[in-house]
Design a protein. Structure first.
Length: 453
């Protein structure tokens, strides 16, 4: 059976699309600033552990569910549950994912708008010869400007809607084939710059020296949530992409490739940014503005920096776009299946809803910056935390339980092409280690019990 929405032409096309989904603002914008806020190395190690022990098994499970169901996540969960005699309530994985996708895209598009704005600023030579104070001021002036931020946010939303209305296969493959390798290349240029002119040793120490005393239970939860976010798992995006995957492709090795690429991009971004942060007296815990201070500094002081800097931000905006596309695919596929809607109309409805939601995030950086939903959380902090720390891990938890305990073991083993000697490892990971770790990290962050950190 094939999906009514089409199929990837081959394994490589899926790798491109899934990597396009995984690599995005999460790696380049979010990972560095979260690492900075959570004290460096200890956060990084926990994040890497979460990728390996929780993220990869759940990603494998999610892709597999998609390929078995061949529909939008909601209908995939419905039809698989019907086949295996399970409650239709399992489709809530799909519904929750649709909600999470809307919430994430609403703020994701705002930040992507920042990227577009910075592309133009750099291209105009705004940062040539800039110092730390100048880039910080530029950032705070920009975030204070509501209409400018609304403009770029709206533009990014329009571009996203235009692209998704044309279908996943068209456009996307081509996009990722060129943009992704180029992005890698430019990240290495940045890395080279920060090795030569930044405090590279301090950056490396910051990123990789593990001090357990630095760890708070909140940081552990953030690291786990980020593992979900960066791999695009827990909400059905990768399930939807899996539903377009040809039968013969090996899911396990393919997911391995995607996870390694995704992690590499994040680590390179961290290695490029922190040395620049330290030499220029920026604050590692500057929050969401970190990237927008460090990167302009680097390009502002590089020969032909305006050109390369603009190209860098252009490529990051491509990376953001290929991620944004995957955030709406579950909802879009569902609308098309359920209401026989044209992709264009479904895309417009979803895009408009996310745009309305996103206005809250725009305002939380300026006119509503003093408006707190709970404790000291602005709207942006709130939507970011709820999606990343609660919705995605919970979705992933349910996916793990479903695959481990609600499906015939044999069907799973066949679908994943698992060798006999690997089945125990798989069962331990998906049935025990991944779901149990999620529960422990979650309860720990609520203060239900106390481990060493
Ligand atoms: N992984 C993307 C990033 O790192 C963001 C993203 C795309 C995502 N699709 C997702 C996050 C689905 C969670 C779920 O930028």
């Amino acid at each position: 059976m094939e999906s009514q929405h089409g199929t990837w032409s081959n394994r490589l096309a899926f790798i491109f699309a899934a990597t396009g989904s995984a690599v995005g603002l999460g790696n380049i914008w979010k990972f560095p600033y979260m690492t900075g806020e959570n004290g460096g190395g200890a956060f990084v190690i926990i994040y890497l552990l979460c990728i390996a022990c929780i993220g990869i098994p759940i990603m494998i499970a999610e892709v597999m569910l998609g390929r078995m169901g061949r529909q939008s996540p909601i209908n995939t969960m419905l039809s698989l549950s019907k086949t295996y005699g399970r409650s239709s309530a399992w489709s809530s994985i799909g519904w929750m994912g649709v909600a999470a996708g809307f919430i994430i895209l609403s703020y994701y598009a705002v930040i992507a708008g920042w990227i577009l704005h910075y592309m133009f600023l750099i291209a105009q030579g705004h940062f040539t010869g800039a110092d730390g104070e100048f880039v910080s001021n530029t950032f705070s002036d920009f975030t204070a400007d509501v209409s400018l931020m609304m403009f770029w946010f709206t533009l990014f939303m329009i571009i996203t809607v235009t692209i998704i209305s044309r279908g996943v296969k068209r456009g996307l493959e081509l996009f990722v084939k060129w943009a992704m390798p180029l992005l890698f290349l430019l990240m290495f240029v940045l890395l080279g710059y920060s090795m030569v002119s930044g405090d590279f040793a301090r950056g490396v120490t910051f990123l990789f020296s593990f001090n357990i005393a630095d760890l708070s239970s909140e940081a552990v939860l953030s690291a786990m949530g980020h593992a979900f976010f960066t791999l695009s798992i827990g909400m059905g995006a990768i399930m939807a992409y899996g539903s377009y995957l040809p039968r013969k492709v090996s899911i396990v090795s393919t997911v391995g490739v995607i996870a390694v690429l995704d992690t590499l991009v994040a680590l390179i971004a961290g290695l490029a940014i922190f040395p620049i942060v330290f030499t220029n007296g920026l604050q590692p815990d500057a929050g969401p503005g970190l990237l927008f201070q460090a990167i302009p500094l680097a390009f502002g002081n590089l020969p032909a920096g305006s050109l390369f800097g603009a190209l860098f931000f252009l490529l990051v905006s491509f990376a953001a776009l290929t991620s944004a596309i995957s955030l709406v695919e579950p909802a879009l596929a569902f609308f098309v299946e359920k209401y026989k809607m044209k992709r264009l109309y479904a895309a417009i409805i979803i895009g408009f809803t996310c745009w309305v939601l996103g206005i809250g995030t725009v305002f939380s950086f300026n006119i509503w910056s003093d408006f707190h939903i709970v404790q000291s959380m602005t709207i942006f902090d709130f939507v970011d935390s709820v999606s990343q720390k609660i919705l995605l891990p919970f979705g992933g938890f349910l996916i793990a339980l479903y695959v481990a305990y609600k499906m015939p073991v044999q069907a799973v083993i066949e679908n994943l092409d698992l060798a006999k000697k690997h089945t125990h490892v798989w069962k331990a990971l998906i049935g025990v280690i991944a779901p149990l770790s999620i529960v422990i990290i979650f309860l720990h962050s609520l203060g239900v019990f106390k481990l060493i950190f």
